[in-house]
Design a protein around this ligand. Sequence first.
Ligand code: WQD
Length: 341
Amino acid sequence: MKQKTILITWGIGYIWSHAVVAFEEAGYKTVIVDNLDNSCLSTYRNIWEILGYKPDFYEIDLRDKEKLQEVFKKYSFDWVLHFAWLKAVWESCEKPLHYFDNNIVGSLRLFELMQEYSVKNIIFSSSATVYDWVIYERTDFLGALESDQTGNTSNPYGTTKFLLENILTDLSKFASFNVINLRYFNPVWAHPSWLIWENPEWLPNNLSPFIMKVAAWELPYLNVFWDDYETIDGSWVRDYIDVVDLIDWHLKAYELLENLDFSWFIDSFNLWTGKWISVFEMIEASKKATWKDIPFKIAPRRNWDIASVYCNPNKAKNILDWSAKTPLEDSLKNAWKFYNK
Ligand code: WQD
């Protein structure tokens, strides 16, 4: 049987480098397109080290349609895994137009070429930020359902994801695209090889790398963004998923779509563990995993933060019999080995 060829946009990034490794190891041919704007060539070298060979890589900005077209001419793609985005929520609030230009315009150029070259199958990395989080104010709220209201996003990054989901819905209806939207919650931790991980070279703004850097004494303390919310202990609550489990989900989604008898299709899934924990609980769990103190100070809330972000896990479980496998303690220990190596 012919080996399937998959285009992976931004395949040098944190989550996407894991996808390249997982899909290559599962027997697919991956082709990476990345402009290295938010990623480093060292990650590519590390992918190479894990696999023992170099997957094909092109340094291209998706907005550069001419260059991207050369890649579409060269390969006959079966699928696209579209990760391309800038993803720092705080940065999107400071530079909204930059985010719209990169995430929306880059995606439109990609979709145009997919249409032109009849590549109609796409797994799109969407986000928990697409939900209208007023839903958690419901008294019966047990986590976001895929069918819940989206929109009313709290930041421009989330808006780009919301708009792209809607564009893909229309491309499914009117241009025969087959789409699966995967809504990420909080992907964290590292590959078991300890070779690929969220780029730790700059000051992290996400919780998990920040905690690890404090444990490693690279940063003096963690800022906890406020502690007086209506949650279990006053700090924010999230659903953190190990990046390896998350990518395993992409393989499942791929298989689901490969085996469906469809002409056009779109569906969305939350990528979840179903276990939500608070910032204080995460600090305690990290102390146990690292055997280090994690000093913290209470700081003012970030104005885009939402208190409780977690989802209802049942859809993925019912349709694909999928659930996250890696216990939090293992993920934390694994991440700590990366920082402590
Ligand atoms: C987690 C919790 C903070 C840092 C992320 C991604 C975003 C999107 C959604 C996929 C919050 C608290 C954090 C710190 C803290 N993912 N915190 N001190 O905001 O949930 O957003 O998930 O699309 O791309 O960024 O993640 O890791 O920033 O915060 O107290 O130094 O930790 O308030 O409750 P967030 P995060």
